[in-house]
Design a protein around this ligand. Structure first.
Ligand SMILES: [Zn+2]
Length: 400
């Protein structure tokens, strides 16, 4: 037995120096890539498409900002210290209201979420509320953009949509997990406004057109593929998927299939990859590598000029190992560098693609300067609001 053991040991001794050299190389190249990722993100701070911190402010503190220090808010995945560590230079904060509020108090709740985002972004000097592509591009702080997640927030009213724009909202997802009377969700969770076809009604087209006219980005995350396709045909401006991943890598209904990716490329829009494990790894927790697979796939299908990041932190619950909160974005960039993404491609991914889309949306707004505000109304039979007040003009002989 002894000679055999010695022989094994000798063999081990023989390969050990080579193993150590390989490990050292891996460690050095890993450190080098980490430094490169941080350097790149300092030069091109991330603009992220989707974050639900405002929802958590509602859940934990009922929007009482004075009870929280947003520099260090340990219950959640987002705070100022971690946004800075993650090299986030712009964040679209979602004013999200749950679907059961549809046809009830969705508008008020949305206003309250817009209010808390506006307060957060004006009371903390590290934040800056921005409403234009130019301000987003030149901000030296963490620029805040406001988005609405779900068309139920406007209660089928173009006037309400316009007022949200006035309050600083620059993006709206047409649906969340429920259909609206005029657009269809990818989810079948709620059995409201279900229909066999007509995934974007005439009123839905009026909403799209009004968003084009206002200069508000159309967000197709959460929309059904039919609705997304209809909007991609109809919109005059590029659209975004603010937090969706690649269906070919993980076959979840919330992800974008290749045929829609190709239409998105035609539209010159951007898909911002969602980092939630459920959409990346289809059930597993996953790791940085599976996240990178989604970016690689989308790049292969439509090129790096159509990709961004929409982390979905504090909206979704489970994230891959190594991507647990907003401080971890550099780990993703490090992995993409390792996969030979170039500086130009990563600069596009981190911010330039989103800025290009935002800028083009503003140009379309300017081109539509002479178009009057939409006055379309949803037909009463198409909406299920149980107690609408309907004004009926009396004849002239009657007094009010
Ligand atoms: Zn969402």
């Amino acid at each position: 037995m002894l000679p055999l053991m010695l022989a094994k040991r000798r063999k081990l001794n023989c390969i050990q120096p080579r193993l150590i050299a390989f490990m050292l190389f891996t460690m050095t190249s890993g450190t080098h890539l980490k430094e490169s990722a941080l350097e790149l993100m300092t030069k091109y701070p991330l603009v992220d498409g989707h974050n639900d911190l405002a929802l958590q402010l509602r859940i934990f503190r009922n929007n009482r900002l004075r009870q929280i220090d947003l520099h260090n808010f340990s219950n959640v995945a987002t705070d100022i210290n971690r946004l800075r560590a993650g090299h986030v230079g712009g964040q679209m904060f979602s004013a999200y209201v749950m679907c059961p509020a549809q046809d009830k108090d969705a508008v008020r709740l949305t206003l309250e979420q817009i209010d808390v985002i506006r307060r957060m972004c004006s009371e903390y000097p590290e934040f800056e509320l921005v409403t234009t592509a130019q301000a987003l591009m030149s901000s030296k702080k963490i620029a805040c953009l406001i988005s609405i997640e779900g068309g139920h927030s406007i209660d089928s009213s173009l006037a309400t949509l316009r007022m949200f724009y006035q309050l600083g909202v620059r993006s709206m997802a047409l649906t969340h997990t429920c259909n609206t009377p005029w657009a269809e969700s990818s989810s079948k969770l709620y059995k409201v406004y279900s229909r066999k076809n007509n995934s974007l009604t005439d009123f839905g087209k009026a909403v799209v057109l009004e968003m084009n006219r206002l200069g508000m980005m159309i967000d197709l995350s959460h929309s059904s593929w039919d609705t997304a396709e209809a909007v991609l045909h109809f919109s005059k401006a590029p659209v975004i998927f603010s937090h969706s991943s690649a269906f070919a890598v993980c076959g979840h209904e919330r992800n974008v299939p290749d045929q829609l990716l190709r239409m998105l490329k035609e539209n010159t829009g951007v898909v911002m990859v969602n980092l939630h494990s459920g959409f990346l790894a289809c059930g597993d927790k996953g790791n940085v590598s599976i996240a990178a697979d989604h970016f690689d796939h989308i790049k292969n299908v439509i090129g790096a000029e159509s990709i961004g990041i929409g982390g979905d932190y504090d909206g979704a619950k489970m994230f891959p190992h190594g991507l647990e909160d907003v401080s971890t974005y550099p780990a993703l960039i490090q992995e993409l560098l390792r996969r030979n993404w170039t500086e130009e491609e990563l600069a596009d991914l981190l911010r330039r693609n989103f800025l290009r889309v935002f800028h083009r949306v503003e140009e379309v707004r300017d081109e539509m300067e002479l178009v009057h505000p939409g006055e379309e109304e949803i037909p009463l039979l198409e909406a299920a609001n149980p107690c609408p007040i309907v004004y009926i003009a009396k004849s002239r002989s009657q007094t009010l």
